[in-house]
Ligand binder design. Structure first.
Ligand SMILES: CC(C)(COP(=O)(O)OP(=O)(O)OC[C@H]1O[C@@H](n2cnc3c(N)ncnc32)[C@H](O)[C@@H]1OP(=O)(O)O)[C@@H](O)C(=O)NCCC(=O)NCCS
Length: 409
């Protein structure tokens, strides 16, 4: 197997993703990604006519995110028409999957120079089919009556016994670490500014964090998914909570512990990394920052949906011939507090190596873009600490997990 070098990576700031509220909401997601692509071009000095593909994740794929957004953004960026683009969908793991796929292309010798990452403007959601994840397929729904992710997150907390206070404590940690990292300028290495069409600055910093978040402040927030849990999808007479109980009869009821303060933030953003073969990089004076060591994907039961980061992490370590003790930093997406608490319970790692600059609860999770951002955050932090290896993992819709191990060069 050849090596896939990470030359560099950049990301937009995460803008608040509520329609009309947030500094990026009025900018088309193609434009956000196009600007990120051009920042990557300018920063690396890469000759973009050599880019063999632009591989981008996107969790939506409809509305303003439709029509192969990777290609459209590459054209919008003004790159040569000879540079193609392809869009991948693995729900929240889409950008991480794009990076993994790019690594395979280079490691296998099929390609030499690729751009990868993802994009999502959550302020522009695509319409959902009536039964959500199963997309109107009654046969599939009978086997797996998938529920919304917030309900799955509450189901994890119920089964694992994570209390509201456990989840809120984790959220306070995320906010505190993100605040320290922001004040220390740790995100500046990867964050690039996004501009309005008239050339004025739209945003140059993450908008979602709530510095000074306290346990007491979170304690007053209403559970976000209680009402939804009592409602039923139009294709089922059972409520979402009853569906959970039917699939997991060991629970009495779903405990609704998640709310806006301990769930990942709804935001807009895009990420892009430049990956090259050592041969191409050496021939063109591109200095590597790291390499992709190994990638893996795992699947778990899809109604509970969000439990695969640990199995994906176990698998990626096994494939790499490494032990968890060999990893200096873990970056596990904070989709919901119960997701990371479950990972920590299953994986038993040193908490001081875990999401050391906070995560999506504080910073936000622009679905199809986040994986690229997590890899950049991990690489930046490895450099800051002069450490070597990081493991990045995410849960995704449909009950899957993505994992990547990177190493500094
Ligand atoms: C949970 C969720 C539905 C909440 O949405 P929301 O109600 O629009 O969230 P808000 O940001 O408005 O926060 C709700 C309330 O909590 C408050 N709040 C949020 N974070 C807070 C914090 N850290 N400290 C104190 N208060 C906070 C807000 O001020 C707001 O209060 P208000 O109602 O008085 O205005 C939304 O965040 C969500 O869906 N997150 C998950 C997204 C997702 O599924 N991603 C995929 C993961 S796999």
């Amino acid at each position: 197997m050849g090596e896939a070098w990470i030359i560099d990576g950049v990301r937009s700031p995460r803008g608040e993703g509520k329609p009309g509220k947030g500094a990026l909401t009025h900018i088309h997601p193609q434009r956000v990604l196009a600007q990120v692509l051009n920042h990557l071009k300018d920063r690396t000095g890469v000759d973009v006519k050599d880019v063999e593909d632009v591989i981008m994740g996107c969790g939506s794929g409809a509305g303003d995110h439709a029509m192969d957004i990777a290609r459209m953004a590459t054209l919008d960026a003004g790159w040569p028409t000879s540079v193609p683009g392809v869009t991948l969908h693995r729900f929240c793991g889409s950008a991480q999957q794009a990076v993994n796929v790019a690594a395979w292309g280079i490691q296998s010798g099929h390609q030499n120079l690729l751009v990868c990452g993802g994009v999502e403007s959550m302020s522009r959601p695509a319409p959902l089919s009536t039964d959500g994840f199963t997309a109107n397929n009654a046969h599939l729904y009978e086997q797996y009556p998938l529920v919304p992710q917030g309900i799955s997150a509450d189901l994890i907390a119920t089964i694992e016994g994570f209390t509201r206070t456990d989840c809120d404590n984790f959220a306070v940690r995320s906010q505190k670490l993100a605040q320290e990292a922001t004040e220390d300028g740790r995100f500046k290495r990867s964050v690039v500014p996004i501009y309005n069409d008239d050339g004025t600055l739209a945003l140059d910093h993450d908008e979602h964090p709530r510095p000074g978040t306290t346990l007491e402040g979170l304690a007053g927030l209403k559970p976000a998914f209680e009402q939804m849990g009592a409602a039923n999808p139009s294709n089922d007479s059972r409520s979402f909570d009853q569906i959970c109980k039917a699939v997991y009869p060991q629970i009495d009821k779903v405990e609704h512990v998640h709310h806006g303060g301990n769930s990942s933030g709804v935001v807009d953003g895009a990420s892009a990394l430049l990956l090259a073969s050592p041969e191409y990089a050496k021939a063109h004076g591109l200095k590597p920052r790291g390499r992709i060591v190994m990638s893996a994907t795992a699947g778990t039961e899809p109604v509970i949906m969000l439990t695969a980061p640990a199995p994906a992490s176990e698998l990626v370590l096994k494939k790499a011939g490494m032990r968890k003790e060999d990893i200096d930093l873990f970056e596990i997406n904070e989709a919901f507090a119960s997701v990371v608490l479950k990972f920590l319970k299953d994986f038993e790692i040193d908490i001081d190596k875990f999401n050391v600059n906070g995560g999506a609860i504080a910073l936000g999770h622009p679905i199809g873009a986040t994986g690229g951002m997590l890899i950049q955050t991990a690489l930046d932090e490895l450099e800051r600490r002069n450490k070597s290896t990081a493991l990045i993992a995410m849960c995704t819709g449909g009950g899957m997990g993505t994992a990547t191990i990177i190493e500094r060069i």
